[in-house]
Design a binder for this molecule. Structure first.
Ligand SMILES: NC(=O)c1ccc[n+]([C@@H]2O[C@H](COP(=O)([O-])OP(=O)(O)OC[C@H]3O[C@@H](n4cnc5c(N)ncnc54)[C@H](OP(=O)(O)O)[C@@H]3O)[C@@H](O)[C@H]2O)c1
Length: 273
């Protein structure tokens, strides 16, 4: 299994839970040092865990290509696209894309395309997109305003676009790849879980610290991801949205198959430039 953004937060707990259950988990982290430290922490908790850290910066198509070229597995049963960020100010990836959608969507889009042969090798494989209830705002993905320009940049809108892309991508992937034995679901891990996601804003960080005692723990936040990755009843099931380890209705905008297909085509074009 391959988990992105496993150096901290929900991704770390997801990798830990899967490794504890005997899966070989490849943890993809943009910092080599943090990846090694995370792997060591998991093995310290679970001495028989098989965890392999690899370097992956989703803000760089070059890094994504290199990481897939060096993947230490011919077969991947589950690709868990967990990495994400909330960028309080406008920033771009190495390839010039607004960074929230650049990392959360375009980086994961390229990664998934390149990992496809290894997913196919697993016969029945799953892609799990860690989205958010934030996918409901904006209510639709307006491609003429995607990604946002520096002059119209709004952090919440960009985060919402990125999380809406995660759901649209899972749905479209299932339509296109189910016949190859690959399906994808998306999920909401929980709200205001006390991770580092809102570290870029003082207000976000303060709210997160104040609210987190009343929200899910980070380990509880990983539960729906783990459920989507391994639950036997979800074998061959895709195009659905989950929260609290059960299916939940996705927004109307996320069900728009026309936008999902256009996003796929646009993404193919953007990552191959
Ligand atoms: N926390 C919540 O309440 C909440 C709610 C809804 C959805 N989510 C979603 O849950 C997922 C995990 O977030 P979290 O809350 O666990 O936050 P987090 O602790 O900040 O974890 C985010 C992870 O993504 C990684 N990442 C960021 N940019 C990257 C890049 N360019 N390349 C590779 N990895 C990168 C981070 O790596 P570094 O350690 O190197 O920064 C980190 O491991 C995200 O997709 C988020 O949108 C979280």
């Amino acid at each position: 299994m391959l988990v992105t953004g496993a150096s901290s937060g929900i991704g770390f707990e997801t990798a830990r839970a899967l490794a504890a259950a005997q899966a070989h988990v490849i943890i993809a982290c943009r910092s080599v040092a943090k990846g090694a430290e995370s792997a060591a922490r998991i093995v310290a908790h679970h001495p028989h865990a098989k965890v392999t850290p690899i370097e992956l910066d989703l803000a760089s198509f070059k890094s994504v290509r290199r990481a897939v070229g060096e993947l230490p597995a011919d077969k991947i049963d589950a690709l868990i696209c967990n990495a994400g960020l909330f960028a309080n100010t406008y920033q771009t990836t190495e390839d010039g894309i607004e960074s929230t959608v650049g990392v959360c969507h375009f980086g994961h889009f390229l990664l998934t395309q390149l990992v496809k042969p290894r997913l196919r090798a697993a016969v029945r494989a799953r892609v799990v997109m860690v989205s958010s209830e934030s996918h409901r705002y904006p209510s639709t993905l307006k491609l003429e305003r995607f990604p946002l320009a520096p002059t119209s940049y709004k952090p919440l809108v960009s985060y919402g676009q990125a999380k809406l892309c995660n759901v649209l991508f899972a749905n479209e992937l299932t339509r296109r790849w189910a016949a190859d034995g690959i399906t994808a679901n998306s999920l909401h891990p929980g709200s205001f879980i006390g991770t580092d996601i809102f570290r870029s804003t003082v207000a976000g960080k303060a709210i997160s610290v104040l609210i987190s005692p009343f929200t899910k723990s980070i380990a509880q936040g990983a539960a729906t991801t783990v459920y989507c990755a391994v639950a036997p009843e979800l074998e061959g099931v895709g195009g659905r949205y989950f929260a609290d380890c059960r299916e939940k209705p996705m927004s109307a905008g996320a069900r728009d198959a026309d936008i999902a297909a256009r996003l796929w085509t646009l993404s193919e074009e953007r990552v191959s430039r």
